[in-house]
Write a protein that binds this ligand. Structure first.
Ligand SMILES: [Zn+2]
Length: 346
């Protein structure tokens, strides 16, 4: 069996990730073998490296779910792509096609869904096996580095444009200037928001500047509730998108939301929260979770990337070969890099 290099998460213990030589994956009749062109490092990859994730992981598992590449080999029943095609992949590697959610086209929330990089081997490797149904063709003008950001852009699109209804002129607050939050700010502006305010920590200074270059009208750090009163009519945000990687920011979201507002939570955080939800009740706020994405969102986002209207390349702090995975994970973990992208072909 042919061998390849892969970044493998081999146990639940913290820092159990290493570059290993593993077998090139086998493919079934409806899969393709994809030669990986680029794969983004996600906050969730870093969570798994640190052993702090709240989801079930199979061990060992090749990390990486934000990827694109070139079709190397087709399974016998694959007919929509051919060898040599440049494609980007969705993340729902395993779904129950007979579940009610799949029938509704909402396979992203099928409880039996397994994603690349935790439920099945991911793309931080020379090759990855991918079901044909996950693939979308890439326009020629999108380089792999940039196309690797399609997935986080789809997460943001789903949160802001599918699970939230923004009305033109809305005051939108986005919490957390990570890659998802930054993309949410850009998409909120596209979607008609009157004013977009990005909230972060004082240590997020550079990211908050990046938020402005992506469309945010203002950025705030530290204690924000009082200062937010100078925006709009002073009653708070119509919409809050909570994209921080902790659960506790829901408290800030409830504080900055106006009565009758809508909050969409898209950031994960396994730490329990220790505050009352009375504001949710008192302000009659609607709280919506947002997870993953579906086919139509991918096609929309790819066309946005092709048009250059969503400049995701601004988020890329570092591209590196697979061998430098540790530096990329460390840089994402300590906040030096907004987004690192690995290029297994380099
Ligand atoms: Zn991700």
């Amino acid at each position: 069996v042919a061998k390849m290099l892969a970044v493998v998460n081999y146990s639940a213990k913290p820092e159990s990730v290493e570059l290993r030589e593993v077998s090139v994956p086998e493919i079934g009749p409806t899969d393709v073998l994809l030669r990986v062109g680029a794969v983004g490092v996600c906050g969730s990859d870093v969570h798994q490296w640190k052993g702090r994730q709240s989801w079930k992981v199979k061990y060992p598992c090749v990390l990486g779910h934000e990827f694109c590449g070139t079709v190397a080999t087709n399974g016998s029943r694959v007919h929509t792509v051919k060898e040599g095609d440049r494609v980007v992949s969705e993340t729902a590697a395993v779904i129950n096609q007979d579940s009610p959610f799949a029938h509704e086209g909402r396979y992203n929330i099928d409880p039996s869904r397994k994603g690349f990089g935790y439920g099945t081997d991911g793309a931080m490797a020379t090759y990855v096996a991918v079901p044909e149904r996950c693939l979308h063709k890439l326009p020629d003008n999108l380089p792999f580095d940039v196309a690797a950001l399609t997935e986080p852009a789809c997460v943001a699109f789903s949160a802001v444009c599918v699970n939230t209804r923004i009305v033109p002129g809305d005051l939108v607050v986005v919490i957390g200037p990570g890659p998802i939050g930054l993309l949410c700010a850009a998409l909120a502006k596209f979607n008609g928001a009157g004013t977009v305010i990005m909230l972060g920590l004082p240590s997020d200074k550079e990211r908050l500047e990046l938020a402005c270059s992506l469309g945010a009208d203002a950025v705030l750090d530290g204690e924000v509730s009082d200062r937010l009163n100078s925006y709009g009519d002073g009653y708070g945000a119509d919409i809050v998108i909570d994209a921080a990687g902790v659960s506790a920011t829901l408290k800030t979201a409830l504080e900055v939301a106006r009565p009758g507002a809508h909050i969409t939570k898209v950031g994960w955080g396994s730490q329990p929260i220790g505050f009352s939800l009375d504001l949710l009740v008192q302000k009659a706020i609607s709280l919506q979770g947002s997870f993953s994405h579906t086919w139509k969102t991918w096609e929309r986002v790819i066309s946005l990337l092709e048009s250059g209207k969503l400049p995701v390349d601004k988020l890329i702090s570092r591209t590196a070969p697979l061998e430098l995975w540790h530096d990329c994970f460390e840089g994402m973990h300590n906040g030096t890099y907004v987004k690192a992208v690995l290029r297994p072909g380099d």
